[in-house]
Design a protein around this ligand. Structure first.
Ligand SMILES: Cc1cc2nc3c(=O)[nH]c(=O)nc-3n(C[C@H](O)[C@H](O)[C@H](O)COP(=O)(O)OP(=O)(O)OC[C@H]3O[C@@H](n4cnc5c(N)ncnc54)[C@H](O)[C@@H]3O)c2cc1C
Length: 488
């Protein structure tokens, strides 16, 4: 027989991903006693598998590269890109705090920022990557949390949030066969998004049920926190705003047939639809225009076409296929050979037949592209894709990797105020209850709006985690709440 174990703490945090670990560090720094519970065997969440890129404004790396950037320039880009549904208050708050309270703060916790990359919608380059991407970033933050004395309970899943009167008083959880009760002064929910629960995706986007959509967030991003927050009266907003990606193929090893594998570093590849035609500038591969372009195809899938040399450096963002940033070549070869969603042929004509597209149209598509390269054009004429990284399709075997829309990032979630207190339908805080990260639409409920400038998921998740941790500690009797230092 197993009994219920009762533990007491100041702040309990649900989820050991980007937001949860940042919340933990902040609450510990404020002097609170903290427990993080994480349902996975290892902490890190989607954040540890991520590209590790954050939108950061006015950074030393930008300065070094001679890039002039200010919070005003970034805010204008943000609102233009995200549209009317972007949360202006949270966007401004995040942007102004990225320099001191994300860049320098992360450095103090061991993180090294290494390079910058341009992303769609940004008028200057500001996507800032941590050393060894999300893997490096999160391992440093997790190590810092542990070094400060934080308690991290893995393989422990939230089952309920306790409430007495109008106050949240702790949680219940399950760890193996053991049931736990954690009594806490405040609770921070940082359980991530719901894009690894396709049923929840279809609930908010029923029109997508007609075709295959793949689960594409961290494996733990199944919407557990959403359900419990809803039961407590949390107000959810912009739930249908989901960022879809193109460059992913079904994980044939997933017995449920639901997970997608995102693959990268296939320079010069082209995407063709079932009509055998290209439909987008493949260099704009993110959720901004790439995702919508794929969703507009009929049928709603596409084929990534590559020849053998183009696949030499292919990476697959999944722990089975890489350790940190280091690809496991043998596993990637195994995928290319065994996946029923990947076709291989010795000629382009044979490939067209294997993927059942009209041979003449397909060959014409590839020929036009090869022709643009032969002419030495800077951009191909149909969609304006820069050809700098491209080569002609000329080396067998040729490959076609079938791609379906991948649900990756949730831009909507539970609404919070600027202290990350969860708001009810009257927009009043639920006492003792905080939410940060993707469960809160990355921060506040919908910080991005309908589109993100990239780096605007991980960055705001970590930042809102800090804000939530600071104020949760304050409500529990420790520290002054999150203050930070704005870059004005
Ligand atoms: C492959 C990939 C690449 C990405 N790259 C970038 C990028 O470069 N830049 C960017 O801005 N964004 C990126 N993102 C998005 C970004 O990683 C996420 O938005 C961010 O990690 C969200 O942080 P979070 O803490 O809210 O959620 P997560 O990091 O997912 O953490 C949530 C944690 O909660 C745990 N959890 C869930 N339910 C329970 C429960 N019931 N009990 C206990 N624990 C629970 C989960 O297991 C998980 O560990 C990427 C996402 C993916 C999937």
């Amino acid at each position: 027989m197993t009994g219920k174990k009762i533990i007491k703490t100041d702040v309990v945090i649900i989820g050991g991903g980007g937001a949860g670990i940042a919340a933990g560090i902040e609450a510990l720094d404020a002097g609170a006693k903290v427990i993080i519970i994480e349902k996975g065997a290892e902490p890190g969440g989607a954040a540890i598998t991520s590209g590790g890129g954050c939108l950061i404004v006015g950074s030393p790396l930008q300065e070094k590269a001679g890039i002039h950037d200010t919070p005003d320039i970034a805010f204008n880009d943000w609102i233009k890109w995200g549209g009317a549904s972007a949360d202006e208050v949270w966007a401004r708050y995040y942007i102004e705090h990225t320099l001191h309270d994300l860049y320098h703060w992360a450095e103090k916790n061991g993180v090294k920022w290494v390079d910058l990359k341009g992303q769609e919608g940004n008028s200057v380059v500001r996507w800032t990557r941590a050393d060894d991407s999300g893997y490096g970033l999160m391992n440093k933050l997790i190590a810092s949390y542990k070094a400060k004395g934080g308690n991290l309970m893995t393989s422990t899943a939230l089952t309920g949030i306790s409430r007495e009167g109008d106050r949240v008083t702790g949680i219940t959880a399950k760890s193996g066969a053991d049931e736990l009760e954690i009594a806490a002064r405040t609770v921070v929910v940082a359980t991530g998004g719901f894009n690894s629960n396709i049923d929840m995706v279809f609930e908010v986007r029923p029109e997508l049920k007609t075709g295959r959509v793949m689960e594409g967030s961290g494996v733990g991003a199944t919407g557990d926190g959403h359900k419990l927050l809803r039961e407590l009266g949390g107000y959810f907003t912009h739930m249908d705003q989901i960022w879809f990606y193109v460059y992913s193929t079904p994980d044939y090893r997933d017995p449920r047939g639901r997970r997608g594998l995102a693959f990268r570093l296939v320079p010069g590849y082209i995407w063709v639809n079932q009509q055998g035609r290209r439909f987008h500038n493949e260099s704009l591969s993110g959720g901004g225009t790439g995702g919508p372009a794929m969703l507009a195809q009929n049928p709603r899938h596409a084929w990534a076409i590559a020849d053998r040399p183009m696949l030499a450096n292919m990476t697959v963002a999944d722990p089975y296929y890489q350790t940190g940033e280091k690809p496991k070549r043998d596993k990637i070869e195994e995928l290319l050979e065994n996946s029923p969603f990947i076709k291989k042929a010795n000629t382009l004509a044979e490939l067209a037949d294997k993927i059942e597209v009209d041979q003449a149209t397909f060959l014409n598509t590839v020929e036009r592209y090869n022709d643009a390269i032969a002419k030495g054009l800077k951009n191909e004429p149909d969609f304006g894709k820069p050809l700098g990284a491209s080569k002609a399709f000329d080396t067998a075997p040729y490959y076609a990797i079938q791609m379906f829309p991948l649900a990756r990032k949730n831009f909507g979630g539970v609404k919070t105020d600027i202290r990350c207190r969860v708001l009810d339908k009257h927009f009043e805080p639920i006492k003792g209850l905080y939410a940060a990260g993707e469960v809160a639409g990355m921060a506040g409920g919908h910080i991005n709006g309908q589109a993100g400038l990239e780096g605007t998921m991980l960055g705001p998740s970590i930042f809102s985690g800090r804000v939530a941790g600071g104020w949760a500690a304050e409500e529990a009797g420790h520290g002054q709440g999150f203050v930070g230092k704005a870059n004005r």
